[in-house]
Design a protein around this ligand. Sequence first.
Ligand code: PLP
Length: 428
Amino acid sequence: MLDTMTMYRDLGISKEVYEFGKEVEASLLDRFADIDRVAEYNQLKVVHAMQEARVSEGCFNYASGYGYNDMGRDTLEEVYAKTFHTEAALVRPQITCGTHALALALSANLRPGDELLSPVGKPYDTLEEVIGIRESKGSLAEYGVTYKQVDLLEDGTFDYENIRKAINEKTKLVTIQRSKGYQTRPSFSVSQIGELIAFVKEIKPDVICMVDNCYGEFVETIEPSDVGADMIVGSLIKNPGGGLAPIGGYIAGTESCIENCAYRLTSPGLGKEVGASLGVMQSFYQGFFLSPTVVAGALKGAIFAANIYEKLGFPVIPNGTESRHDIIQAVTLGSAEGVIAFCKGIQAAAPVDSYVSPEPWAMPGYDSDVIMAAGAFVQGSSIELSADGPIKPPYAVYFQGGLTWAHAKFGILRSLEELVRKGLVTLP
Ligand SMILES: *Cc1c(COP(=O)(O)O)cnc(C)c1O
């Protein structure tokens, strides 16, 4: 007999916390089965694309220098395009992160005098400087690209009337962020995004619709590119890297949009033809192959956390029963001590740096101290189990990732253990 409870005890989980977790998990089996069905479908989708693109061992070879005829790189881009049902894709280690991929997609497809519209409210923090909402060197604003924003209605739905008014002869590109990121609005389902794109295209058919797909890949069986998006954009140290990609970003979309992106990433005249893959290809392929099941594990973790903390009386977004459109879970702990204990628990459950104890500190770009927990194989990787929270009201932590469900579960139980030990919660 395997004595899992003894194993948990050796890792610092008390019997009470273990039993409580077991009870919550038992109530989630139907939802977990649904998640497994989505993962199964997406796994097949990825394998199908890999077979069609004739991925071979040679694709994992090291390429250096200019990277002319880099087969691994070119074939991988075909795999992404086939998986996301787009004409083309750009998937590169030279795209350093999600923000870079988004900045690239925007700057490559906008020209001076064009206007960018966000019909879903404020974009992700780091994009404020890319766009020039916050003044910044090299922003789109500096290049004469203007920006309009239409906020969501109070109930989190699209303000169609004002979106219609905001679209004008200058509107060239519409940016739609799928995940709420670190805001409290709802995340959008792919079908909601499809409705918004159809609405925009009816008013102005030639407008480019871009979706910030960060944290959303493989959560559903379709992606925004299946419902009319001209470009979808994301980071490889989130979902599609499957935890294995050590760096990178992707843009998948129409031939003309991707061509613009390639010329902007490298140089006019060179485009996709250069950019050596430098030996990271195996991790890109293998990570993409694993991504559907890794995302499933992270989703189970998010739902488990929501139900654990909801049962203990803490506000959680999304709530315990809502359907999921990304892998982020927010838990409002209501006190600085709660946020700190939660993050210390996540850190203590990590495979790497479990013995260090995170502390809140002042980080550039934030208006309060922030605490971050991450014991990751890849620095800053948020498909790996990670959590962070600003030390300010309402004292919420944002939790995401987990390369496996078992590890996500352990992390959540360990965070709860920390709160119990500090006397910040009492179990029912
Ligand atoms: C993470 C994220 C980004 C930025 O990605 P980085 O890799 O952190 O630069 C942009 N948009 C959303 C919605 C994200 O979640």
